[in-house]
Design a protein around this ligand. Structure first.
Ligand code: NA7
Length: 535
């Protein structure tokens, strides 16, 4: 008697851009597909990171799906939409594509094991369900596991404390409160701008200054968007062929091959254009040559210093010497970050000079004294890429789980598959372009590739695939080698994994989405080279 069919052909974990797109494509291709997500609503990071001021730092329409049936009828209110608007967008997408019947929200994976007898994944959920699926497709995103540092006395704190990625869903008013923010990455900057409006007192605890860029936010009118939509197909096509999945690439010329006048004029143009353009449209060697990089840093520093009223803060917020090469940590966008330090209710603690010693019931004690507070915001980032996948407790064929497989560092073929874990493809994961790519671009690219791959397996009657260890090693080494040609290893960052104590230092992202697309297409054209396929 043959084994019963699994509950579904494919089980997707995660309802962010990757998971939602994949669900749509696999259903179109006739696969029995289900999607589960621990969150109550779709949106991925936009569900969890609901802290005050949460906002995307890639502009629309770059940061949305390219499907005409979606963008034709959707309009945004701003060039860089806020978290609430993005959540509404996700609900609209699920409605429009009629995805709800195959989605189960509020369903968290507690473990999964590959059953080698039947070539099926058996997934357990924290809600007590068992789901079997031929293919397991985790789409957890790069930021599924947040990081809170272990600070002495934290549990004694009498006020409220929250990580930005676990902000209370029904909100937490900051008005009139004494707010402490630990961490000045993208999230810390966004909460700070909000809190500065009406918190009684805002104290930012900064370990490394962020090299933030001006957002140059713009409201978007209906008429303007209606006009711009004529160009959307061209913009979306361009997105697929650019390095970062945006609408343009870095320039072809070196910052060293132009004179100072031209260099400054270029920097000025990119600065005025706003958003991440100063990062991803800059000179060709911005992220590979320290001299080129230094030109950009010096420009950034002078622009920012001109906005910081108190000269005593210049060195802390925009030091003479760069804390790391510009752009080797995610720059992130600001709107009035540098101006808030002129307000009476805002102060900065430079942790390099005045480190945190402990948390006490009434606040945070540093070397120089106690700062009382009602709310501590941990804007301290993520165990990026691998953390969320490891937490799913996935057991492969060799008797160990993914955490054990990656204990000496992440290894993966094409940044989507691991030997010893058959029939599993993860999206927007480590060693794929995730952290270096605009999210929706990578989601669509990987979603299309996976759909074609599973269709190929179906047409060939193949029930099991697994990457070859040699192909996996080659891919992992290649990402490392490409990384070594850049300045990224010169920073301590989540890109390099070393923001997390004990995590292996390695570049966890493939640096170009367009090259990644070409390689994946080539793998497919060559019979899915690098994968072992079993009927
Ligand atoms: P990030 O960018 O990883 O920023 C985390 C911040 O927290 C950063 O300023 C860290 O300082 C700081 N941090 C981390 N640990 C500590 C301790 N122990 N003490 C003090 N400060 C600490 O996370 P975000 O959430 O802001 O942004 C993540 C991504 O989301 C971002 O890159 C965009 O892609 C969107 P450090 O720089 O390590 O010295």
């Amino acid at each position: 008697m043959s084994a019963p069919d699994p509950d579904c052909d494919a089980l997707i974990i995660g309802a962010g851009f990757s998971g939602i797109y994949l669900l749509h494509r696999l259903r179109q291709a006739g696969f029995r597909t289900r999607l589960i997500d621990a969150a109550a609503e779709p949106g991925g990071i936009w569900y969890w990171n609901c802290y005050p001021g949460a906002r995307v730092d890639s502009h629309v329409p770059i940061y949305e799906f390219s499907l005409p049936e979606l963008w034709r009828d959707w309009t945004w209110s701003e060039r860089f939409p806020g978290g609430g608007e993005l959540r509404r967008y996700f609900r609209y997408v699920c409605e429009k594509l009629e995805l709800w019947p195959d989605m189960a929200m509020g369903t968290r994976v507690s473990g999964a094991r590959f059953d080698a007898e039947s070539d099926v994944w058996r997934v357990d959920t924290a809600q007590g369900q068992q789901i079997s699926a031929r293919f397991l497709l985790p789409c957890a995103g790069f930021a599924a596991k947040c990081y809170t540092p272990d600070i002495a006395g934290l549990e004694t704190f009498a006020g409220e404390r929250h990580h930005t990625a676990h902000w209370p869903q029904d909100g937490l008013p900051l008005a009139g409160k004494r707010v402490a923010i630990i961490g000045t990455g993208a999230s810390g900057v966004q909460v700070a701008q909000e809190a500065a409006r009406d918190a009684a007192q805002l104290t930012l605890f900064q370990r490394t200054p962020i090299l933030a860029l001006p957002m140059q936010q713009q409201p978007l009118s209906l008429e303007q968007q209606a006009q711009e939509k004529a160009a959307y197909p061209t913009i979306f096509a361009r997105r697929q062929t650019s390095n970062g999945g945006f609408d343009a690439d870095r320039m072809e010329i070196s910052a060293l091959d132009v004179d100072a006048v031209e260099r400054i004029a270029t920097f000025e143009r990119l600065w005025r254009a706003g958003g991440l353009r100063f990062w991803y449209n800059n000179f060709a060697d911005l992220l590979t040559d320290e001299r080129a990089n230094r030109f950009a840093y010096d420009f950034w520093r002078e622009k920012v210093r001109a906005r910081i009223a108190d000269p005593l803060l210049h060195e802390a917020l925009a030091p003479m010497e760069p804390p790391h090469p510009f752009g080797t940590k995610r720059p992130s966008l600001e709107q009035n970050y540098y101006e808030i330090f002129a307000q009476d209710n805002v102060s900065l603690v430079d942790l390099k000079r005045d480190p945190i010693e402990r948390v006490v019931p009434s606040g945070i004690e540093t070397a120089s004294g106690l700062i009382e507070c009602d709310i501590i915001v941990f804007a301290t980032g993520f165990d990026a890429g691998s953390g969320g996948l490891i937490d799913m407790n996935l057991l492969g064929t060799e008797g160990f789980n993914l955490g054990d497989a990656w204990k000496d560092g992440v290894r993966a073929y094409l940044g989507n598959s691991v030997s010893g874990f058959p029939n599993m493809l993860f999206h927007y994961g480590p060693l794929s372009p995730s952290g270096f790519s605009n999210g929706p671009t990578a989601a669509e690219l990987q979603g299309d590739w996976t759909t074609d791959f599973l269709a190929h397996l179906r047409s060939e009657g193949i029930t099991r695939f697994e990457p070859d260890p040699a192909a996996e090693r080659e891919w992992t080494d290649m990402v490392e080698q490409i990384g070594a040609m850049t300045l990224f290893p010169k920073a301590k960052s989540w890109y390099m994994g070393d923001n997390i104590p004990g995590k292996k230092r390695q570049l966890i992202n493939f640096p170009s989405v367009s090259t990644y697309a070409q390689i994946c297409a080539d793998v497919a054209a060559n019979g899915y080279r690098g994968f072992g396929l079993v009927s």
